[in-house]
Design a protein around this ligand. Structure first.
Ligand SMILES: Nc1ncnc2c1ncn2[C@@H]1O[C@H](COP(=O)(O)OP(=O)(O)OP(=O)(O)O)[C@@H](O)[C@H]1O
Length: 295
């Protein structure tokens, strides 16, 4: 594979009259985790579907693993795993039966398929549930099985469309560990998420998509520092944040802002000064579509 696992330039996609992707430029180095953040309907799934050859772009160049998604579809499909799409989980079978079946369908021998199944059940903490029917599984177990199935045959690039949506905190963190491990093993992971903390925790680089364009790309630290310096939060008596004021982070700016505030806020209002969070990044880049940043 070349150094860039994913390269997208000037990608456009409309659905009827609706412009969904309006000139996307993006590159993801091999062996890294890239998280795509964006509001509902921003086009995250559409982009993943184009990258994985499920739908075609209207315009632009898109290469995955060095292959063109329009003219080298078969090679792209050999390069990628996509959770929840190619992986058809059979509810009346057990995890073990599903994994063996997918192994056989993917061209592994029965022995290879069994061997891989043992490895994946262990890696995804499904050994105890291996022989139970999938329809009895919790959401977290089901999601781990989805991911395991997409990894029966190991591919260099994996697409995860909202991998932890709907999972409880413990299951989400367990899945994060698995995703981190995939990257450690050299895979390129491209995921979409609505959870800002997920992008913060997992991704080497984060892209924010809004209004059909990538409006910001960078590491979480780069994105946070672009948003500004320290943020002043005003808290009410119940410790709830009632107001957030961005500052440049300089002592002059913070003290001036506090001096102005002290005259206008109720007596007893408390203050917290903190670094910008991914929430601030998300608000800055999605509430003002004109703001852009490319690191
Ligand atoms: N096959 C389709 N035909 C027509 N419109 C579509 C199609 N697929 C997606 N859209 C529209 O394109 C826009 C982007 O959808 P997409 O699912 O890519 O967004 P998303 O960022 O993944 O959103 P969410 O976070 O809600 O899943 C939406 O307005 C959606 O209604």
């Amino acid at each position: 594979m070349n150094q860039m696992a994913i390269e997208v330039s000037n990608l456009r996609k409309n659905f009827g009259k609706q412009i969904v992707l309006n000139g996307i430029n993006l590159s993801v180095p091999a062996g890294t985790v890239f998280a795509l953040l964006g509001p509902n309907g921003a086009g995250k799934t559409t982009l993943i579907h184009i990258l994985s050859t499920l739908i075609t772009p209207d315009e632009g160049k898109v290469r995955v693993g060095g292959y063109d998604v329009l003219t080298q579809q078969d090679q792209v499909k050999q390069t990628i795993s996509l959770t929840g799409q190619f992986a058809a989980v059979d509810e009346v079978l057990s995890a073990e039966e599903n994994l063996i079946m997918i192994g056989r369908l993917s061209g592994l021998t029965t022995a290879e398929s069994r061997q891989r199944t043992v490895e994946l059940l262990k890696a995804f903490d499904l050994v105890d549930a291996a022989k139970k029917k999938v329809k009895t599984y919790s959401g977290g177990m089901r999601r781990r099985l989805d991911l395991a199935i997409s990894l029966v045959v190991s591919r260099p690039v994996i697409f995860l469309d909202e991998p932890t949506t709907g999972l409880d905190t413990i299951s989400r963190r367990a899945l994060w560990e698995i995703i981190k491990q995939l990257a450690k093993n050299g895979m390129t992971v491209f995921l979409t998420t609505q959870y800002l903390e997920e992008a913060d925790q997992l991704a080497d680089r984060i892209g924010v998509i809004n209004g059909g364009r990538i409006v910001a790309v960078g590491s979480s630290e780069e994105l946070k520092s672009h948003v500004g310096g320290e943020v002043i939060e005003l808290l009410n008596a119940d410790d709830e944040v009632i107001h957030t004021i961005p500052t440049s982070g300089s002592i002059e700016d913070i003290s001036r802002t506090l001096n102005e505030l002290v005259r206008s806020v109720p007596v007893g209002t408390r203050v917290n000064i903190r670094r910008p969070s991914m929430d601030d990044v998300f608000v800055a880049f999605t509430s003002n579509a004109k703001e852009t940043m490319h690191a």
